[in-house]
Design a protein around this ligand. Structure first.
Ligand SMILES: Cc1ncc(COP(=O)(O)O)c(C=O)c1O
Length: 434
């Protein structure tokens, strides 16, 4: 083990033994190189003749670049071409933390780490999973999950998904989660929670959120060491008044000394910048966890970045900083939210108006947020066959995933939504009578 990792672990054992316990072997081995090239470059950054940095400079010390690129970007080249640093731009990290607090008032007065910039959420999930999961470990996760978790987490790390049904009736299956937490005795439990959920498009109601937090607390009180990875990819896209608008992370922060909350979030979907590849990993202290302990986790996360992609795109981070400071930013976000919400409402209206007609073919699952909703097909219908019929006969694309059809109403103009559902009904009918 690298001596820097040993030093971090020794300190963790002293100040936060719970955190040391929940780290995987790779998590324990992780460290951020405080000596070596990066550190030596940092020390030399004010020198007149700086021959440390791993980029090329013009004679006037501006970043070397091609005009073919530079003339297309209206930002100072210094904010575009050089590396942004392993943990991301310090100003962006500060700004994102401020935004997290604004969006989640429940975080007020609680200790959270500085968000570490990753190459979007997928990368953050990958790093975090490796820090807390060893091969053979189990992840407690509901059966409605983003398909890429299979590759990112299950297959890459050789861990097992302990699935429970996401829904019970018209709401969250909290009893199912409680049961999974109680199974297999007391010990380390790693959970992945994704709200608004992909594919279900569901977020806990305020009542469900309280129950969810309470049951995680009870599980910690029963002696479990709990790591909750909150995948907040679709954060903010909540369309009903009874649904909780804050992240589970905000309620888990400071909850219990044996609960570590990890927030994986970013502008990908929140700010409609899918291709920017910027995300964040943030840790929240359980009770009695110090900022120093969280900084150690930041270092271990930065080590994960250094050893995978080295750093995230600078140009995207700079553009985001500009956007967050733009006086029109908040208004534009509200407008996009309103557009998605009106599509959501239209889908609800279509389903309500056509309940009887659709019942023989499909049943909508509960949804209240995000980009998607799912329908369960009537017995006898093959989802993949329906999907193919939709493409071949109706010029309509949907996803069939683990027994349900997922419809991304976020991507369909309001005027086409009715046709989308009518096409689905017609494709089901064709298959049922085929
Ligand atoms: C639930 C969920 N988490 C994470 C991601 C990945 O986001 P990113 O594009 O930022 O890697 C997605 C993307 O579809 C998602 O649906």
């Amino acid at each position: 083990m690298n001596p820097l990792a040993t030093a971090l672990n020794d300190r963790l054992q002293e100040i936060a033994p719970f955190l040391f316990r929940v780290l995987s072997r790779k998590g324990k081995e992780s460290y951020f190189p405080k000596s070596g090239i990066l550190a030596q470059s940092m020390e030399a950054r004010e020198t007149a003749i700086n021959a440390t940095i791993g980029i090329a400079l013009e004679d006037d010390r501006s970043p070397m670049h091609l005009d073919a690129i530079g003339q297309r970007v209206h930002l100072d080249p210094k904010r575009v071409f050089p590396y942004a640093g392993c943990s991301g731009l310090p100003e962006l990290r500060q700004q994102w933390k401020k935004l997290q607090l604004e969006k989640n008032p429940a975080l007020a007065g609680k200790t959270t780490s500085l968000p570490v910039v990753t190459c979007a959420l997928s990368h953050g999930l990958s790093i975090v999973s490796k820090l807390f999961l060893d091969p053979g470990d189990t992840v407690i996760i509901a059966d409605k999950y983003w398909g890429n978790y299979n590759m990112l987490v299950q297959e890459r790390l050789d861990v097992h998904f302990d699935l429970y049904p996401f829904f019970a009736g018209e709401g969250l299956n909290l009893a199912g989660l409680r049961e999974r937490l109680q199974a297999a005795g007391t010990g380390k439990k790693v959970l992945i929670m994704n709200f608004p959920n992909n594919p279900a498009g569901y977020t806990p109601t305020k009542i469900e959120m309280r129950e969810l937090v309470q049951l995680i607390k009870e599980s910690a009180e029963a002696g479990n060491d709990i790591v909750v990875i909150c995948d907040d990819a679709y954060f903010g896209l909540v369309y009903e008044a009874d649904v909780d608008t804050q992240s589970l992370f905000a309620y888990l922060a400071g909850l219990h000394e044996r609960v570590l909350a990890v927030k994986v979030d970013g502008p990908t979907k929140e700010d409609y910048v899918w291709g920017f590849r910027v995300g964040f990993v943030t840790y929240a202290a359980g009770k009695n966890l110090s900022e120093e302990a969280l900084r150690i986790l930041e270092d271990k996360t930065a080590g994960g970045i250094r050893s995978s992609i080295s750093s995230s795109p600078h140009i995207s981070q700079s553009l985001l900083l500009e956007a967050f400071a733009d006086p029109d930013y908040a208004r534009e976000k509200r407008e996009k939210y309103a557009l998605l919400q009106s599509r959501y409402k239209k889908v609800k209206a279509i389903l309500a108006a056509n309940r009887e007609r659709y019942v023989p073919y499909f049943r909508p699952l509960p949804f209240n947020s995000g980009y998607f909703m799912c329908v369960e097909l009537a017995p006898g219908l093959d989802g993949n066959a329906v999907r193919r019929t939709l493409i071949e006969h109706f010029q309509t694309g949907v996803i069939f995933i683990r027994g349900v059809i997922r419809l991304a109403y976020s991507a369909v103009p309001e005027t086409r939504l009715e046709t989308l559902f009518e096409n689905l009904r017609a494709a089901c009918e064709m298959n049922l009578h085929a």
